[in-house]
Structure formats: C-alpha cells, structure tokens
Design a protein. Structure first.
Length: 313
C-alpha cells in the first residue's frame, strides 16, 4: 500500500486518514496538523522521511508564482530541505492547472453563472490560474490579497494590477514566517474581528473564491446567496457555510474519504501514480491523470433557494 502524508502547520482538529484504491493501487492518505508549531513539523518530517511514498506540505507553500515569476518561500523551503529521501510537494505545481480547469468545468453547469457576477478572491497571488479563469469567464473582480493577507484596505481589480503587486510584494513576503500572512494553528479555528474592508468586500460579492482558511477567518454572520469556490473543507466547515446561508459550495479538489483535501495532498498522490520527480511533472501530466481518474470538483447544494441579501455588520 502506498502511503501519502500531509504535514500541515494548520490545526490538528482537522486531521483525517482514509484508504482509497486508484487505478488498481491501494493508498493510505492522511493529514497531520502541527498547530502552527514549526519545530514539531520539522521533527515529523524527519520521522516520515524514507518511510512514506510522498509528503505534502500544508499551511505553507514552498513556491509562490506571479504570472511570469516564481518566488521561493524561505520557511517553506527550509521544511522541504529537512526531507532527504521522500518526494515533498506543496500543491503549487497543481493549483494553476487544476483550478483553471475547475472554473471551465463549472461554466458548463447551468447552476452557475459567471458573466457579470461580482467575484471576491480573498487571495489570488497563490492561485493565478483560478484568477485568470474567473476573469476570462466575465466576472467583475476584487482580489483581496492586501485586505485579507496584509490587513491593508486596498482592492486589486485587474490581472495586470495583480501581476504588478505580486512582483512588488512577493519577494518580501517570501522571507516572512507564514504565521504573519496566513492563518495557521489556532487561527484556523477562530474568527478574526471584522473590519469595514472585510464587510464591504463580502457584501459586494456574489461569488467568494480562494483559500478556505482566509474565507473562514473573516466570515460574517450571514453570507446569504453567495457561492463559495475553495479547497480544503471538513464536514464541520460545510455545516458552518450552510448555517450562514451560502448557496453552493464548490471544492476544487474532489471528495476523498468524506472530505476535500488541500492541493498538496492531491499533488502528492498524483506524483506517486506518475512515478516521476516533482521537477519532471508537467501540467499536461497532471491534467491527463486527473481525466483518467475521472476526478471532478465537489459541488454541494447548501441553500440553493436563498437569494443574495445584504450582509449586516
């Protein structure tokens, strides 16, 4: 049996393990959270090295991409280098191809409409593929990178502006501890104090897209009639979104073992099936294998009858 482990800086409350057969091969896939403890993650990675088939890093990236450039995250790369034998991925190699495909897939579904809709991407600098596809689909965009990651009340509205800001900000952001820019540990289980800039963007949006931990961290009391396009959710997360009035939930990764995992988990699994090094795998390799496995986005009807309503502070 092939073993895939996601080592995450996120909350251990989100841990999960399951078994699945893919193309005739049995896989044991698990996620282990270290509650934001970087040293604990290092020790776990050393323990797993050479004893599992692939490792995914969760709650932190190794690389961030702008349209034309790649930036190495200092602390993500330090974790990767702890592992000497086992392949390590962070999901970034899969995100752009997979999430672009997801938006194209949803455009064929009559339940979803993109042209002319207001879409808030809470953070787009880590998923340019999704950002580009939403623009191509005709959405009016707010890219909330400065608002949600940096706490700066400045919207980004075009891909060109997003690209300029990415090339300006990412070289410095890449040097920071991930906890300064991303919810890790206990922050994944708690809500932040909402400011007007968060309320304003959620209120404007018909569609809320991007990393779930950013979305959840700043969720208002109600999000009536909004569609959510995101990645990693548990059953508890789905219940929260339903209670708050979300219309549909789409996860870019499929349901596996009763929940959707991060792209790092899926990328690690695909890498083992492809039997290639991370550096050798191409976008076409991933997309062809996803098609062969018949992996599709997870679509959950939460409150399809609820119409969009103003969000109260």
């Amino acid at each position: 049996m092939k073993k895939i482990v996601s080592v995450s800086l996120g909350s251990s409350k989100r841990d999960h393990k399951f078994e699945v057969n893919l193309l005739g091969e049995d896989f044991e896939i698990s996620r282990i959270g270290t509650d934001g403890d970087y040293k604990k993650a290092e020790l776990l990675l050393k323990e797993l090295d050479g004893h599992v088939d692939a490792i995914g890093l969760g709650g932190i990236d190794i690389y961030l991409y702008s349209k034309n450039n790649r930036y190495v995250l200092k602390y993500g790369m330090m974790l990767k280098k702890v592992v000497e034998k086992t392949p390590v991925v962070d999901g970034s190699g899969l995100k752009n191809s997979l999430e672009k495909m997801v938006i194209e897939y949803l455009q064929q579904d009559s339940r979803f409409q993109f042209a002319g809709k207001n879409c808030l991407m809470v953070c787009a600098m880590d998923r340019f593929g999704m950002a580009t596809s939403l623009v191509d689909a005709g959405c009016n965009m707010i890219f909330g990178d400065k608002i949600f990651a940096l706490g700066i009340d400045q919207e980004i509205n075009t891909l060109e502006e997003l690209e300029r800001e990415a090339d300006k900000l990412l070289p410095e952001i890449a040097k920071l501890p991930i906890s300064m820019i991303y919810p890790v540990g206990a922050k994944q289980d708690t809500y932040a104090e909402l400011k007007e800039m968060h309320h304003k963007t959620y209120n404007w949006a018909d569609i809320i897209a991007g990393d779930y931990h950013y979305i959840r961290r700043f969720l208002p009391q109600r999000i009536d009639g909004r569609d959510i396009i995101t990645n990693t959710v548990t059953l508890s997360d789905i219940e929260v979104l339903c209670e708050k009035g979300a219309r549909y939930l789409v996860t870019t990764t499929p349901e596996l073992g009763g929940r959707s995992f991060g792209t790092n988990v899926l990328e690690a699994t695909l890498l083992v099936i492809l039997n290639k090094s991370w550096e050798e795998v191409t976008e076409k390799d991933y997309l062809d294998l996803i098609d062969k496995l018949q992996l599709t986005p997870r679509i959950v009807e939460l409150n399809p009858q609820i119409k969009k309503a103003p969000i109260q502070i």
